[in-house]
Design a protein around this ligand. Structure first.
Ligand code: AP5
Length: 218
C-alpha cells in the first residue's frame, strides 16, 4: 500500500516548503507537485507544456482532463515507495472524485488531507516575496530565506527567479479561484473524517511540527 498525504490550502500557504521538509523525514516518500510537473512541461516546450502554459502563467486552473492525465502518468512512474505527498492536487471536485476512485482501484491509500489555514494578507506578502529556482524548484523568499548569492540557487546554482504568476494581481485571481473551486473540498474530506487542520501562519518550524504530529498518528 502507498500512503497518500494531501497537502491542501490556498496558493503560497507553504505546501511546497513543508512537503520538501517532510519527504526527507520519511523513508521512501516522494513529493508530487502538479505545479512543478506543469512548469517542467512548459520549460521543456513539450506539446503538453504548450497546452497548459497560458493557464499556469495567468493563474487559472488547468482543465481537469489534462491534470488527471499528468497526475496518472506521474503516479504510475513510481516504484518501491511507501508514501506520496500530493501538493496542489486535487483542486476541484472532479479531481477529488477521480483520486478517490483511483484509491479504490489501486494500491493507493488516502490517509488524510492536511489543510493549511492562512489569511489572504499573509499569502499576498509571502507569494510576492517568493523566489524559485528554475532548475530544481528550490523555494526561497527575499525576506525570510534568501539564497547565499542573490539570484543563484544554493543547491544547484540554477537561476532563482520571480514566478510570473506571483505578481500581486495574479495572486489575487488565484485566491478567488481557490475560494470557488478548491475550498469546497474541505467539506468533501471533512465528511469522510479525513481532514486535519494546520495553522500555516506560524513559522516554518512550528508548522512542520504540527504536520509531523499528524502524520505519525496516521
Ligand atoms: P502550484 O505551483 O501548485 O501553486 P500553488 O498551489 O498556488 O502553490 P504555490 O506553489 O504558489 O505555494 P505553496 O503553498 O507551495 O507555498 P511555498 O511553499 O512556495 O500551481 C501553479 C499553477 O499550476 C496553478 O495556478 C494552476 O494554474 C496550475 N495547477 C497546479 N495544480 C493544478 C491542479 N490540480 N488543477 C488545476 N491546475 C493546477 O511558500 C510560499 C512562500 O512563503 C515562499 O517564499 C516560502 O519561502 C515562504 N514560506 C513558506 N512557509 C513559510 C512560513 N511558515 N513562514 C514564513 N514564510 C514561509
Amino acid at each position: 500500500m502507498i500512503n497518500v498525504w494531501l497537502f491542501m490550502g490556498p496558493p503560497g500557504c507553504g505546501k511546497g516548503t513543508q512537503a520538501n521538509l517532510v519527504k526527507s523525514k520519511f523513508k521512501d516518500t516522494v513529493h508530487l507537485s502538479t505545479g512543478d510537473l506543469l512548469r517542467a512541461e512548459i520549460k521543456s516546450n513539450s506539446d503538453f507544456g504548450l497546452r497548459v502554459k497560458s493557464y499556469v502563467e495567468q493563474g487559472k486552473l488547468v482543465p481537469d482532463d489534462l491534470i488527471l492525465d499528468i497526475f496518472s502518468r506521474a503516479v504510475s512512474s513510481y516504484n518501491n515507495i511507501s508514501s506520496v505527498i500530493l501538493d496542489g492536487f486535487p483542486r476541484t471536485l472532479p479531481q477529488a472524485k477521480s483520486l478517490a476512485a483511483q484509491c479504490l482501484d489501486s494500491s493507493l491509500n488516502l490517509s488524510g488531507a492536511l489543510w493549511f489555514n492562512i489569511s489572504s494578507d499573509v499569502i499576498v506578502k509571502r507569494a510576492s516575496t517568493r523566489r524559485v529556482c528554475i532548475n530544481c524548484g528550490e523555494i526561497y523568499n527575499i525576506i525570510t530565506k534568501r539564497p547565499s548569492v542573490d539570484g543563484v540557487c544554493d543547491k544547484c546554482s540554477g537561476s532563482v527567479v520571480h514566478r510570473k504568476d506571483d505578481m500581486e494581481s495574479i495572486i489575487l485571481d488565484r485566491l478567488t479561484t481557490y475560494a470557488h473551486d478548491t475550498e469546497p473540498l474541505r467539506n468533501f474530506y471533512s465528511s469522510a473524517n479525513q481532514l486535519f487542520d494546520i495553522d500555516a501562519e506560524k513559522d516554518s518550524v512550528f508548522v512542520h511540527d504540527q504536520i509531523l504530529t499528524i502524520l505519525k498518528k496516521m
